[in-house]
Design a protein around this ligand. Structure first.
Ligand SMILES: *Cc1c(COP(=O)(O)O)cnc(C)c1O
Length: 439
C-alpha cells in the first residue's frame, strides 16, 4: 500500500468527482445525491483477530479507525479523537441462552448514535482547526435519537452551528428535551410534518445552489461517512467480548434498523474480516427492506408511526450503500442479511416476554431485534442484538407495557428539567432557507 495515497470517497450514484475525507465529511451527500463510499475497505490481518480479545475497546477502535482514516489524520490526533469519542463502555450482556445484548446506551444521550455523532464532531473540529476557518452549519433531521446525539456531540464545539429538524408531536418528550434545552450553538426546529418531510427538507438544502454558495453546510445524518463508519468500532469490540467468553463461533448479529446506517457499519466490519456468520435486519412496521429481501423489488413508502419511532423510515438512506457494497445483487444481499418485521403489538409482546422470562428490560427498538433472534436463531448459533437505546428513553411506552416505573438515569433526568427552546416551521423549503441564512 502506498502510504501517501489518501483514501478517496466515491458516490454511490457514480456521477460525482471522487472526494477526500474532509470534503466528503463537509459535503455529507455527494453532488449527484449519492452517498459517499470509501474506495477501499482494508481487511484487518489475522494477527489482529487472533489477539483482539486481549485489547481494550479504545485500542480496537483505533486500529479500525486507522484502516479508514489513517491516511488522512496523523496517528496521535486520530487516537485522541477515538479516545474522546469512546468515553463510555459498550458491554455485551447475556440475556437468555445464547442471546446477548450489545448495550449501546451508556453514552451521554443513552443511544448508540452517541458514538457516530461524537466521532464526527471531533473529526470536524480537527478539520476546522487544520484547514478551514469559516463556520460550518450542521443540518440534521431526526425522528428522535439522531437529534439528541448530534446536538450533544457538537454542543459547545467552536466554529460549528447545529440545526435539528424534527417532526412536531412525533418524538417523545424525553427525546425532545435532549436537543431543545441545550441552547448555545444548537438550534432546534419543530416542523409541522413527518420525519420524511424533515429529511426531504435537509436534502433540499444540500441541493440548493445559493445556500451552498453562501454557507458551509454539512449533514450529520447517517449518510455522513464520519458518522456511519465509526459505528464499525463496536462490532469488533463485541466480537472481542464474545471471544473472551468463548462464544465467538457462528455469531449472528441482529440490528434494529431504520435508515440502515448501523447495520451497514456492521457489514463493513464483516468485509474487513470480522467473523460474523450473518446479519438480521429487524424492522418495525416500516418494512420496505424486508419486502425487498422477499421480492427483490425496492419500493419506498411513506413512513408509518410506531412505538419504535427511531426506525419509522419509509426510504432508508443507507440502502444505496448496501446495494453498492454487494454490486446491486439481490442474491448476495440475501446471503448476508435476513429480515424481520414486527407490528407494535408484536413489539409489546417481545418486551413483556423478555421481562417475564429473563428480567431484562428492552426498549422498543431492541425488542424488535431480540424477538427476531428468538425466532430465527439456529441451535448452534450465538446471537447478539444491538440494544440501541436505554428503555428509560421510552419510559411511557415501556412502563405501560410492563406496569413498571423504570428508573430514569441521572444524565437523562437533567435534560428533562431543562427549558424548551425551539423554532416552529411548516414544511416549506423557503422558510428553512431564510432561517439558515439569518439565524
Ligand atoms: C436511529 C436508531 C435506530 C435505527 O438506526 P439506523 O442506523 O438508522 O438503522 C434504531 N434504534 C434506535 C434507538 C435509534 O435511535
Amino acid at each position: 500500500m502506498l502510504q501517501f495515497r489518501k483514501m478517496k470517497y466515491y458516490s454511490t450514484n457514480e456521477n460525482a468527482p471522487l472526494a477526500g475525507l474532509c470534503d466528503a465529511v463537509i459535503r455529507g451527500l455527494a453532488p449527484d445525491r449519492g452517498l459517499y463510499m470509501p474506495e477501499r475497505i482494508e481487511p484487518l490481518g489475522t494477527d489482529f483477530f487472533e489477539h483482539i480479545q486481549d485489547m481494550p475497546f479504545q485500542e480496537i477502535a483505533y486500529i479500525v479507525a486507522q484502516a479508514f482514516f489513517g491516511e488522512d489524520i496523523e496517528a496521535t490526533a486520530l487516537r485522541q479523537i477515538v479516545c474522546d469519542t469512546l468515553s463510555f463502555d459498550v458491554p455485551c450482556v447475556e440475556v437468555a441462552d445464547n442471546i446477548y445484548s450489545l448495550e449501546l446506551f451508556h453514552g451521554p444521550t443513552l443511544a448508540f448514535k452517541d458514538v457516530g455523532a461524537r466521532f464526527m464532531a471531533r473529526l470536524l473540529q480537527h478539520f476546522i482547526r487544520q484547514e478551514r476557518k469559516e463556520e460550518i452549519k450542521v443540518l440534521v433531521a431526526t425522528s428522535g435519537d439522531t437529534g439528541s446525539a448530534v446536538a450533544n456531540g457538537f454542543l459547545g464545539v467552536d466554529g460549528i452551528h447545529v440545526y435539528v429538524l424534527y417532526p412536531a408531536g412525533k418524538v417523545s418528550k424525553i427525546q425532545e428535551s435532549q436537543f431543545t434545552t441545550l441552547g448555545k450553538n444548537i438550534t432546534a426546529i419543530e416542523v409541522n410534518g413527518t420525519f420524511d418531510d424533515c429529511q426531504a427538507l435537509v436534502k433540499a438544502a444540500f441541493m440548493d445552489e445559493e445556500l451552498n454558495r453562501r454557507l458551509n453546510l454539512t449533514s450529520a445524518n447517517s449518510i455522513n461517512v464520519a458518522r456511519f463508519l465509526p459505528q464499525a468500532f463496536y462490532y469488533f469490540n463485541a466480537y472481542a467480548q464474545m471471544k473472551r467468553m468463548r462464544k465467538a463461533d457462528n455469531l449472528v448479529i441482529c440490528v434494529p434498523s431504520g435508515n440502515f446506517g448501523n447495520i451497514t457499519a456492521g457489514l463493513f466490519a464483516q468485509q474487513m474480516g470480522l467473523p460474523i456468520k450473518s446479519f438480521i435486519a429487524a424492522n418495525n412496521a416500516n418494512d420496505v427492506f424486508y419486502q425487498y429481501l422477499q421480492t427483490g423489488d425496492y419500493k419506498p413508502k411513506p413512513s408509518k408511526q410506531t412505538i419504535a419511532n427511531a426506525m419509522d423510515v419509509g426510504n432508508p438512506s443507507n440502502f444505496a450503500r448496501i446495494l453498492d457494497l454487494y454490486s446491486n445483487s439481490w442474491e448476495t444481499i440475501k446471503k448476508h442479511i435476513t429480515g424481520a418485521t414486527y407490528t407494535d403489538n408484536q413489539i409489546r409482546e417481545a418486551i413483556k416476554k423478555c421481562y417475564g422470562q429473563t428480567g431484562y428490560i428492552l426498549d422498543p427498538h431492541g425488542a424488535c431485534a431480540y424477538r427476531a433472534l428468538t425466532e430465527k436463531l439456529k441451535p448452534h448459533e450465538v446471537g447478539i442484538f444491538l440494544e440501541t437505546a436505554h428503555p428509560a428513553k421510552f419510559k411511557e411506552v415501556v412502563d405501560d407495557i410492563l406496569k413498571t416505573n423504570i428508573e430514569i438515569p441521572e444524565r437523562l433526568a437533567t435534560f428533562i428539567k431543562g427549558k424548551k427552546q425551539s423554532l416552529t416551521m411548516n414544511v416549506d423549503f423557503q422558510a428553512l432557507k431564510f432561517l439558515l441564512l439569518n439565524v
